[in-house]
Design a protein around this ligand. Structure first.
Ligand code: PEP
Length: 250
């Protein structure tokens, strides 16, 4: 069975609650494509208003991060149960900005992935290489290592239901997109890694996104690749362009 495409916006640290509601309204008609899963991953404070604002549409909501504990003395953190109760279904885990600025390690991210599943949230697990790694020719080895570390103790059934976003760090927010061949090569290698860890059925079922300066101009070609099942979109998710990506041309 063909995998359903999933186009997710990563709003990052943008949009106050009132701006968020206005953006959902602006995008409402533009993101209406019943053939595609559409997700807005939004700052924690925007989850409640955005869940309310997308009611009755095809859009689901995700968090951009969550903590690994259930509750307690972790000032400033967001518990998985809070995200679920607020009405979100997805959570981004291991975005390169969190890995870099907040020093999140693969060991820690593995705990987050397991915790997300415990609460019925679908993780969008990010991986990706730096420019130095690409130039040194170690991209595929690095990505395999990230995936294997982040998926420790994740069952095949869980893995089959999740989303992995391949996001080359050098392409995020830079306007430099990976070439279609580069993006497909890594997404294919991720699927092969899933097959190695689990089995063919799991590899066929898991959805793999490309992320990194995907926009209205380059989305059609990227989304036509056999191993690219969607996109994780930063900058363009805050603009009407996002609607064009959701309605990519096959
Ligand atoms: C991202 O932050 O996940 C991302 C892909 O950003 P951009 O689309 O702006 O490169």
């Amino acid at each position: 069975m063909a995998r359903r495409k999933i186009i997710a916006g990563n709003w990052k640290m943008n949009m106050t609650p009132s701006e968020a509601k206005a953006l959902v309204e602006t995008l409402k008609d533009l993101v209406n494509n019943p053939e595609v899963d559409v997700v807005y991953c939004v700052p924690a404070i925007d989850i409640v208003p955005v869940v309310e604002a997308v009611k009755g549409t095809n859009v689901e909501v995700g968090a951009e991060n969550m903590y690994i504990e259930e509750k307690g003395a972790y000032t400033g953190e967001i518990a998985p149960a809070m995200i679920v109760d607020a009405g979100a279904k997805y959570v981004i885990i291991g975005h390169s900005e969190r890995r870099e600025y907040f020093k999140e390690t693969d060991e820690f991210l593995n705990k987050k992935v397991l915790k997300a599943f415990e609460h019925g949230l679908t993780p969008i697990l990010c991986c990706g290489e730096s420019l130095e790694q690409r130039e040194a020719g170690v991209t595929l080895d690095w990505i395999r290592l990230q995936i294997k570390s982040d998926l420790q103790n994740v069952t095949a059934e869980q893995a089959a239901s999740m989303v992995i976003a391949y996001e080359p760090i050098w392409a995020i927010g830079t306007g430099k997109t990976a070439t279609t061949e580069q993006a497909e090569e890594v997404c294919k290698a991720i699927r092969e890694t899933i097959c190695e860890i689990y089995d063919e059925a799991t590899a066929e079922s898991i959805r793999i996104q490309y992320g990194g300066s995907m926009n209205a101009k380059n989305c059609d070609e990227l989304l036509a690749q056999p191993d690219i099942d969607g996109g994780l979109i930063g900058g363009a998710s805050l603009k009407p362009d996002f609607g064009r990506i959701v309605n990519y041309v096959k």
